[in-house]
Design a protein. Sequence first.
Length: 30
Amino acid sequence: MEDIFQWCREGNAMQVRVWLDDTEHDLNQG
């Protein structure tokens, strides 16, 4: 979980978006 905060600090919005999309897919499958 610490990775997303580092991405936000670095301004890597695209990586955060991909991470959020992956999380949503995992929750839907679960």
